[in-house]
Write a protein that binds this ligand. Sequence first.
Ligand SMILES: Nc1ncnc2c1ncn2[C@@H]1O[C@H](COP(=O)(O)OP(=O)(O)O)[C@@H](O)[C@H]1O
Ligand SMILES: [Mg+2]
Length: 263
Amino acid sequence: MSLEVTDLVVRIDGRTVVDGISFEVPDGSRLGLIGESGSGKSLTALAVLGLLPEGAVANGSIRWNGTELIGLPDRELARLRGDEIGIVFQEPRTALNPIRTVGRQIAESIRIHEGIGRREARERAIQEAARVRLPDPASIVDRYPHQLSGGQRQRVAIAIALACRPRLLIADEPTTALDVTIQAEILSLLLRLVEEEGMSLMFITHDLAVLAQVATHGVVLEDGLVVEAAPVSTLLTAPTSPITQGLLRDATATLWRPEGGRR
Ligand SMILES: Nc1ncnc2c1ncn2[C@@H]1O[C@H](COP(=O)(O)OP(=O)(O)O)[C@@H](O)[C@H]1O
Ligand SMILES: [Mg+2]
């Protein structure tokens, strides 16, 4: 199942914020969208998911497995989200419901998508909690989001995103709000799960060091335009656009062995 975005334009209240971008996420591949804040990364992801904010309009083409998503009815898009395309956002606190146990939130998506009963759903929630390496899964499912650390909450968000075994995971700066050591743990968890499931990954970041760890190809955005698209190894060693060169300078402090392979 592949994602093909062609000449995507997003306008908000008449202002063009994504200006005709094209890229592809072939089955089983890992693509990074990278750019400075405000370059249009999140709106691109939201357009794919059919979750654009009020006043925003998408034009062009977004094909998922051959199906055009632009103009698809909300009900169809809602089914795709979770079932076939999973989402993880930057801030796990806002993605989770504060007054529901994490187990119920993990189970909810499974119940909606697979129609299983309450008891079975709790068992599945425990399994999913273990899968994202949450400590003591059988009891953590009965806790509330505020009782968890930031890293644990992001693990819950990942468990929710992956509970229905989507074929594509879209992760929008999933580690930006976390401490550096926790970031590394979450990135390696995401990669392990993506590999285990053979999922595709569309990963959004402003940090080339992070991109280098998770993606094989990168698309560089500036003001809603693609300024460079290349294998990550090329972006790291021979970036052609000033934007990529700047991102590389910013990342150099945290980059380790840029020539040392995909992670
Ligand atoms: N809900 C919104 N209403 C108006 N403008 C928005 C909204 N969301 C984003 N924008 C604008 O669209 C541009 C791209 O935003 P975004 O895709 O969020 O950038 P990024 O994720 O790369 O930081 C920015 O100029 C931003 O200010
Ligand atoms: Mg963003």
